[in-house]
Design a binder for this molecule. Structure first.
Ligand code: NAD
Length: 361
């Protein structure tokens, strides 16, 4: 199979974890006999430095030409006080929007060998296997009007949370479709006791649920969901939620896996005629300026994102399984980065990449 992949390493540890993820992709292509064509583009802080824009037009064009896009992370401290259009994160929102990827899938599972790395008691975490389905194209992060205006005590910041019926329907169908191949349970998270957007959300989710009588639906308010995720995470199978709630809850969920560096994500959009999805794949974590350039970032979230790419954008299930098995094997070996608190000396980012490639064979 010909696989054309755009690589956007981004900033900070994004470049380091992406390098290892690309090595893994190359190893899979060689082992399974696929023709991998890689292109590289600029996004985020590095793009601002080199072109003045967080998402240059060339990056947009390359993303549309590729079958799938692999992203590291964006964000550099020197842009912390920059105006919104000149922030690296603008590039991230831009690439998601231009690709029309509306469903962010964030699997959260516990790994036996990492149970001691979780700050929660082992029995609470052991057996967690859930997926957070986060709406990615709407809500507070994109709604208009937005901005800061006025002066003095009247200076006012505004953001708008808005969702259409169509946006809620498509993400809900995605969640129910996934639940059908899992434990057939969807928990929809909203704040319908306060927000009108959430009241519409709940109404539409209930309507769509009627199309899936084999899947059980329940609703949780987001504040309770945040608590339940810590108190009893095993109760969840598919957690469906809007953009900002999903952003926050999935970082909370990362604690269950032992480190945010473990979590992959797939952002998927339209389905192509061959059944494959348009997709953007990236680890959940950010550019981690505190450890950037030290070859100590955990690359497993980025490598897990490659597995998701093989599954959703190329429908290569055996190849995806090979990558996930390699991750399990490396975790079992204890050859892991410092964030996972190994018993022996921590491995470097590139050591872990090499171990994964070796495990794939
Ligand atoms: P972060 O995820 O970068 O880091 C949070 C903490 O987790 C840090 O202590 C970091 O060292 C650690 N960490 C993160 N990834 C790790 C990994 N792979 N291995 C080991 N440790 C890891 O979040 P932050 O510090 O809030 O944000 C830093 C920058 O990243 C900001 O500019 C932010 O806007 C950006 N950001 C980008 C994305 C993205 O590109 N998708 C997501 C979140 C944050």
């Amino acid at each position: 199979m010909k696989m054309s992949v755009l690589v956007l390493p981004g900033d900070g540890i994004g470049t380091e974890v992406t390098r290892e993820a690309v090595r893994v992709l190359e190893r899979v292509a060689t082992k399974f006999g696929h023709d991998l064509v890689l292109t590289e583009g600029l996004l985020g802080g590095i793009a601002i430095h080199k072109t003045g824009k967080p998402m240059p037009e060339e990056t947009e064009e390359l993303a549309h030409e590729a079958d799938a896009t692999l992203l590291g992370a964006v964000g550099l401290p020197e842009f912390d006080d920059a105006p919104p259009q000149l922030r690296p994160e603008k590039g991230l929102l831009g690439i998601r929007k231009t690709l029309g990827v509306y469903a962010n899938l964030r699997p959260v599972r516990s790994f036996k060998s990492l149970l001691d790395s979780s700050p929660l008691k082992n029995e609470r975490v052991d057996g967690v296997d859930m997926i957070i389905v986060r709406e990615l194209n709407g809500g507070l992060y994109y709604g208009l009007p937005r901005g800061v205006e006025g002066e003095g005590l009247e200076e006012r910041g505004t953001n708008t949370m808005t969702y259409t019926r169509a946006e809620i329907q498509r993400i809900t169908r995605m969640a129910f479709g996934l639940a059908r191949n899992r434990r057939k349970r969807v928990t929809s998270v909203d704040k319908s006791n306060v927000l009108e957007t959430s009241q519409l959300w709940r109404k539409v989710v209930n309507e769509v649920a009627a199309e899936y009588p084999d899947v059980q639906l329940d609703h949780l308010l987001v504040d309770n969901a945040a608590m339940q995720l810590i108190l009893n995470p095993k109760q969840f199978d598919v957690m469906l939620t809007e953009n900002m709630f999903g952003d926050i809850l999935s970082d909370e969920g990362s604690v269950l896996s032992g480190s945010i560096g473990m979590l992959p994500s797939a952002s998927i959009g339209a389905q192509r005629p061959n059944g494959a999805f348009v997709g953007l794949y990236e680890p959940v974590h950010g550019s981690a300026p505190d450890i950037a350039g030290q070859n100590k970032a955990n690359p497993l979230g980025a490598i897990g994102s490659v597995a998701a790419m093989l599954e959703y954008s190329f429908q290569l299930i055996d190849e995806a399984t090979a990558v996930n098995r390699a991750i399990d094997a490396v975790l079992d070996s204890g050859h892991v980065t410092a964030d996972l608190r190994p018993k022996g000396a921590p491995a470097s980012t590139s050591d872990v990449g090499t171990a994964i490639c070796d495990a794939i064979g």
